[in-house]
Design a protein around this ligand. Structure first.
Ligand code: IPD
Ligand code: CA
Ligand code: CA
Length: 263
């Protein structure tokens, strides 16, 4: 296939995923005034609702109708391990920020990423209540809806706000508190997707949390386009296998953290 045919194919794929996510978002919005069915997973603050499950089922149905051979790594319903990242793998967080969704009915996101042989090709983060879809990848750059974004500035650690998991900050997990107090201030949203959006907009310069692959898969695809650097908080590469302490920051902030806090 020549280059222009490849480009057309990629654009068509983006349009298709875009339509799935918008439809997922309007289905979620249609449930906002209903009573939700909630169950707990690994503790009283780890909840899942019927809408999380329905959204995941909807996205998987759309993906497999079109690409029946592809692999799925998704948060709910026992699809949360992918032992082999070879080939095409779709990574889904049907509602990121479920506690916000349940208690606030806002400040949550739908996230979807496509990886091929372990490399992030496309990332989508949808702020459902604002109807803002951040999407992109190496072939496209980064967009919010139809508007192409430019890379934000790359401030040093001491010159910007930093997204932070509140428990890690309080407990100084792997120097999270030490890092936080070097910045202009820490911010906590309770939604990894919104934290990545803050990075893309230049509102924050980094983010530290305890994340699973579906929490960071789309976000790292998008933020790497703008030069952010990510790893586990101990400096090791992200594993895409289970929860891990996660770090992403502008290049100067990342280098400072690496030099001072990662041994
Ligand atoms: C959670 C959120 C939260 C982060 C947690 C995640 P969920 O995702 O992204 O910000 O601190 O680690 O599990 O469970 O609401 O999809
Ligand atoms: Ca999540
Ligand atoms: Ca989720």
């Amino acid at each position: 296939m020549n280059n222009s045919m490849e480009e057309e194919k990629s654009k068509a794929l983006v349009e298709l995923i875009y339509s799935w996510i918008q439809e997922a978002g309007s289905r979620i919005r249609s449930h906002l005034n209903e009573e939700l069915t909630v169950s707990t997973k690994n503790g009283r603050d780890d909840i899942v609702t019927n809408v999380d499950k329905e959204t995941q089922e909807f996205l998987i149905r759309k993906i497999l109708e079109k690409f029946p051979e592809d692999k799925i790594l998704a948060e709910e319903n026992g699809l949360d391990r992918c032992l082999d990242m070879s080939g095409r793998v779709w990574i889904i967080d049907p509602i990121d920020g479920t506690l916000n969704f349940y208690f606030q009915r806002e400040n949550f996101a739908v996230m979807l990423a496509l990886y091929v042989d372990g490399i992030g090709k496309l990332g989508f983060i949808y702020n459902v209540m604002r109807e803002e879809l951040y999407w992109g990848g190496a072939e496209f750059g980064v967009y919010c809806n139809q508007t192409k974004l430019s890379a934000p500035k790359e401030p040093r650690l001491e010159d910007g706000l930093f997204g932070m998991n509140s428990a890690m900050y309080v407990q100084n997990t792997l120097h999270a508190h030490d890092i936080g107090i070097r910045t202009m201030g820490v911010r906590t949203s309770g939604c990894a997707g919104l934290e990545f959006i803050s990075l893309l907009k230049g509102n924050t310069i980094g983010y530290i949390s305890n994340l699973s692959p579906w929490d960071y898969a789309a976000g790292v695809v998008l933020s790497h386009e703008f030069g952010f650097i990510s790893s586990q908080l101990n400096g090791c590469p992200l594993s895409f296998d289970g929860r891990e302490y996660f770090l992403i920051a502008t290049s100067p902030a990342y280098e400072e953290i690496k030099g001072k806090y990662i041994s």
